[in-house]
Design a protein around this ligand. Structure first.
Ligand code: PEP
Ligand code: MN
Length: 595
């Protein structure tokens, strides 16, 4: 009965944000809006549209509270249609959102990469994966409206020769399997989206009040200049003269137009600031067709959030219920497709076999420079070196600390390879991530869950070593901690476990390699140095590790092992290392697609 009196509490209406975007559910725009609404604590009603213009119309007509359009991609560049449509209408931009575009090749269950002949995706996304597409034979790339539609249509066609490039969320949503991942031309592939509402918006959209701190805002403009010497220079000098920083500049030719070039410019700051008023006045005098898209919040993309967003997608409940115990949401993604983890210019996994060499500990400038030179000239593609050493005894050498970091970085630069070093505590994570290309989690810290979460929040690849009393599933659970924080770039490392056997330092469990290859998509390396701890057994174990399917090796090397300050019994000499590389060249890389 609706017999309410004044004293009865009136339930607050649940806030639902109707948001327009191009495409259908499962598209990247849909995921961005979902995450955005989630962060604001409102529920979200998606309104998919066929074109960018239709998105704007939905907002202006009041059918949607807000709209979202992409304007930039790190690989493909400015998405001019987004800027053009935003400039054409009177809109109120609210915020920019930067999103990690972690593309997957998705096929119907039972399909294989080799059998794919046609790939659907958004044209910008196809451009972002150009290098991957170029590696495929007899495949036609077909541009479609958006990635969600691509995934949906491939699922509906149920044709094993068809695949879509879309997010892992789209794959789960439409019941597709991953045939390849990490397929963008560069892993740091981000798109920038602009969220906007109608001017004088009412209802839910009216809640989005612009920030008053102009320092974290950005303003977008589109203008044309006359085709004459110095025209662009005059426009741009207006910004500098008024203390405004231009953060983006792009141009396009306007066919058939009197003013031939349109420029897309983003400037740090808010249009309501005094310096902007002066700049705009001056700009009007030197431009033709000046369109101010507007000012918006530019704080929504801190680097760590950009990565986390990827995992928000991965953690969507899968279509089929997950097992109740030991929920493997991220580490057990289709093991038939081994991940490629990029460390600088090095790829680990998926058909690549890499050798990382270097001393147990960085001891001196001479030692690390000489070792870097020796291992890379023999073919190592990365340099290792501990600066914080987890030693069994507190009286043993503990590493050079940050001073060693500078030496390791210098050596890496000198030979042009990425570096990896162990991070032991949470408070070292931030500085270490800015100094090394890959973070190592040592065996003794494999179950330091807070440390795992901390490295999971960084954008650095992680080398996760198996704990000495850890089962294979314990290792995968530890990886799950890192991945579930948003960092997908984990390489596992078998480094020997404690058994009753005392003839070797540890028991190098090479049988974990085939097991892991069956259970996870993550690449796996082997560290025979800590595995056996005895120099003369290391080279044959390296060969065995490669033969059984490891994606790489981590090997300790020292210019003069007998004088090494840590792990001197197991360090290879430079000539041992040369011999090891020569012997490894005789061992074929195990085909990743054979289970
Ligand atoms: C190391 O690689 O230097 C190291 C200490 O290894 P682990 O954590 O495997 O003992
Ligand atoms: Mn060591």
């Amino acid at each position: 009965m609706s017999n309410q009196t004044d004293t009865e509490p009136v339930p607050a209406p649940a806030l639902t944000l109707t948001a327009a975007f191009e495409g259908i559910e499962g598209s990247y725009s849909h995921a961005v809006l979902d995450a955005y609404a989630g962060r604001r604590g409102v529920s979200f009603a998606p309104l998919g549209c066929h074109t960018y213009r239709a998105v704007v119309h939905a907002v202006l007509s009041g059918r949607a509270d807000i709209g979202l359009l992409p304007v930039d991609n790190a690989i493909a560049g400015t998405i001019r249609e987004g800027y053009d449509v935003l400039a054409e209408y009177e809109l109120d931009p609210l915020a920019e959102i930067t999103w990690h575009m972690d593309h997957r090749l998705l096929g119907t269950p039972g399909s294989t990469l080799a059998g794919i002949r046609m790939i659907d995706s958004h044209p910008v996304v196809l451009a972002e994966c150009g290098r991957f597409l170029a590696t495929l034979r007899d495949v036609r790339a077909v541009p479609v409206t958006d990635t969600g539609i691509a995934a949906r249509d491939v699922a509906a066609a149920a044709d094993p020769a068809r695949a879509a490039i879309a997010s892992s969320d789209a794959g789960i949503r439409y019941g597709l399997i991953e045939l390849a991942n990490t397929i963008s031309d560069h892993p740091e592939n981000y798109s920038r989206f602009i969220l906007f509402r109608a001017p004088n918006a009412r209802g839910v959209a009216a809640d989005f009040e612009p920030a008053t701190d102009y320092g974290v805002r950005k303003t977008s403009l589109v203008f044309s200049v006359a085709d004459e010497p110095g025209a662009l220079g005059r426009c741009l000098s207006v910004f500098g003269a008024n203390g405004l920083n231009v953060s983006k500049l792009d141009s396009k030719t306007r066919l058939g137009a009197e003013h031939q070039f349109a420029f897309y410019v983003d400037v740090d700051g808010d249009i309501r600031e005094e310096r902007f008023a002066a700049a705009l006045q001056a700009l009007r005098g030197v431009t033709a067709n000046l369109h101010v898209i507007g000012s918006y919040d530019a704080t929504t993309a801190p680097p760590r959030q950009r990565i986390t967003t990827t995992v928000t997608l991965d953690l969507k409940p899968p279509a089929t219920p997950a097992p109740a115990k030991n929920s493997w949401k991220v580490t057990r993604r289709n093991p038939a497709t081994i991940a490629r983890v990029r460390v600088g210019n090095v790829i680990i996994g998926d058909g690549h076999f890499v050798v990382v060499g270097g001393p147990c500990s960085v001891e001196s400038r001479e030692q690390i420079l000489a070792t870097a030179e020796a291992v890379t000239s023999a073919g190592a593609v990365m340099l290792r070196g501990g600066i914080f050493k987890p030693r069994t005894s507190p009286y043993s050498f503990q590493g050079l600390g940050w001073e060693g970091m500078d030496l390791l970085a210098e050596a890496g630069r000198a030979v042009g390879v990425p570096i990896v070093s162990e991070v032991m505590t949470i408070d070292q994570v931030e500085r270490m991530s800015s100094a090394v290309d890959m973070l190592q989690i040592g065996a003794r810290n494999m179950q330091n869950f807070d440390l795992l979460k901390a490295v999971g929040k960084t954008d650095r690849p992680v080398l996760l070593k198996r704990g000495m009393a850890a089962s294979i599933d314990d290792l995968l659970s530890a990886a799950e901690y890192i991945l579930s924080e948003g960092n997908p770039n984990v390489v596992l490392c078998e480094r020997g476990i404690r058994t009753f056997e005392t003839a070797t330092r540890n028991t190098l469990d090479l049988s974990s390699i085939p097991v892991l290859r069956e259970r996870t998509h993550l690449p796996i390396m082997v560290d025979p140095s800590h595995g056996v701890g005895v120099r003369r057994w290391i080279v044959p174990l390296c060969r065995a590790a490669k033969a059984v399917g490891a994606h790489g090796l981590l090997v300790e090397v020292h210019p003069n092992p007998s004088e090494a300050l840590s792990d001197s019994e197991q360090a290879l000499t430079f000539s041992d290392f040369d011999r090891m590389m020569a012997e490894l060249a005789q061992v074929p890389i195990m085909n990743d697609r054979v289970g």
